[in-house]
Design a binder for this molecule. Structure first.
Ligand code: B12
Ligand code: SF4
Ligand code: SF4
Length: 381
């Protein structure tokens, strides 16, 4: 088998099936990453969403015993919504991060990678391949960096020279020994724009994230959100793009190559109030196909409630009172109480007082008290 020729054929085929960039890396142990992951673990900076042990994450041979190479793929996604709907006073809107626009990228990339695997199998019948996107053990970024897809920015993202950092990543481990590509040179230079812009200081230094402080992570948690983060959340209902938006490498990067990952404007920037009362069925029909629905509706509803407080949306008071009094989930009742306190109309405070008489859950009671404290602040001014 001539692996040089096969590599060329794979590159050609990848373009035909809608892969924007492909790179080849060795399947050697990721020793630097191993140390990094240990350090992050000791510091408790991990998110908990990472799959597998540190060994599985850094030794490709544990995932495919015959592993020789890893093919890394990137698919560019849009950064702008054409004809984006604007929020109004009556209809405030939230925002999903760009990586959650259009069809779930796990589905899109897996389909491309499986085609690639079949193509290789046809050429080399005894080839052994294993594909993964995001939910696999490997660090998609470390693979992409080694395969020359892009460099690892201070915002932690893989930044490609062609598409900036707005790319999804996935990989295919194989037993074929391809000649590896060379890494892309790091060109962050003296820039610190992402570190300066991060609303929560989650980027503790260039290339190091404390995931527990990252709004992207926090939008995906299911419990109460700590107060300090509620203030910073703004209208994000899922994910955070700030450290990518400010990056000069993303200037004018907005690619619309793939209809599947095109944003559906009403979903990518949803009206907030309807999210409060959405049924399970409606949620599945509307948001079920996007990446941002993987944790279910509760975190998104909680974030929508916080976003309404951010806008001080008085038109939402009625709906918020409804869920504060009737929702079976303490996180939703309590966050609604907090939000009502922030919006701070007379009706909102009266409703909080009423809820205090009946509420049994101690965490919700705590949120109700916080809500009422705002009344004291209002009357003191
Ligand atoms: C857990 C996870 C998260 C966590 C933690 C993110 C993080 N930075 O670690 C949370 C929930 C916060 C998150 C958020 C986001 N995520 Co995420 N996430 C993952 C996941 C599942 C694992 C990442 C991981 O293991 N991190 C641990 C760190 C330590 O390793 P790493 O970043 O993978 O690898 C780099 C570092 O180790 C670094 N490194 C190694 N050694 C050393 C040594 C030194 C000194 C330094 C400075 C650095 C360094 O180099 C590696 C290569 O860049 C991957 C999918 C996967 N299976 O890899 C997606 C992934 C990283 N996420 C992705 C995306 C799109 C996002 C968001 C942009 C989504 C959003 N808009 O909200 C944000 C970005 C936040 C940020 N600034 O990183 C993409 C990244 C695409 C890209 N172009 O880089 C991935 C690859 C998913 C995918 N397949 O496309 N994510
Ligand atoms: S995604 Fe948002 S919160 Fe997380 S590091 Fe980037 S700017 Fe900070
Ligand atoms: S904002 Fe500046 S420092 Fe941060 S990733 Fe982009 S170029 Fe690098």
């Amino acid at each position: 088998m001539n692996t040089g020729q096969l590599k060329q054929e794979i590159i050609e085929y990848s373009k035909e099936i809608g892969i924007d960039k492909i790179g080849f890396a060795s399947a050697d142990v990721f020793s630097e990453l191993k140390e990094r992951l240990k350090r992050q673990q000791t510091l408790k900076f991990q998110s908990g969403f990472e799959k597998g042990t540190i060994e599985e994450r850094t030794e490709p041979g544990r995932l495919l015993p015959e592993a020789q190479s890893i093919l890394s793929i990137a698919i560019a996604y849009p950064s702008r919504i054409k004809n984006a709907p604007k929020g109004t006073k009556e209809n405030r809107r939230g925002i999903f991060c760009r990586a959650s626009w259009g069809t779930d990228y796990h589905v899109v990339l897996r389909e491309r990678l499986e085609k690639l695997a079949r193509f290789i199998q046809e050429k080399v019948p005894d080839a052994k391949n294993k594909v993964m996107v995001d939910t696999g053990e490997l660090s998609d970024r470390a693979v992409a960096e080694r395969a020359g897809i892009g460099f690892s920015g201070k915002n932690c993202a893989i930044i490609t020279p062609e598409f900036g950092s707005y790319v999804y990543l996935g990989e295919l481990i194989t037993n074929i020994p391809f000649i590896p590509d060379s890494p892309v040179e790091d060109s962050c230079g003296d820039c610190t724009k992402c570190l300066d812009a991060c609303p929560t200081g989650a980027l503790v230094q260039g290339g190091q994230l404390n995931a527990q402080r990252c709004l992207s992570f926090l939008t995906q948690t299911k419990g109460f959100l700590a107060d300090e983060f509620r203030v910073e959340l703004g209208n994000r209902v899922y994910g955070c793009d700030t450290c990518q938006q400010v990056c000069p490498k993303n200037k004018k990067m907005d690619f619309h190559f793939h209809p599947e990952v095109e944003p559906e404007p009403e979903i990518a920037k949803p009206k907030l109030k309807p999210m409060l009362k959405i049924s399970n069925r409606e949620f599945k029909d509307t948001f079920g196909h996007i990446a941002g629905s993987w944790r279910g509706k509760k975190p998104l509803q909680r974030n929508a409630i916080i976003a309404l407080a951010h806008f001080k949306d008085e038109t939402a008071v009625e709906d918020l009172i409804g869920i504060m009094n009737n929702d079976p989930r303490p996180v939703i009742r309590g966050t609604a109480a907090w939000s009502l306190g922030k919006i701070g109309t007379e009706k909102a405070f009266e409703a909080i007082k009423g809820a205090m008489e009946k509420e049994q859950d101690t965490q919700v009671l705590f949120e109700l008290e916080k809500g009422l404290e705002n009344q004291k602040k209002v009357s003191a001014t």
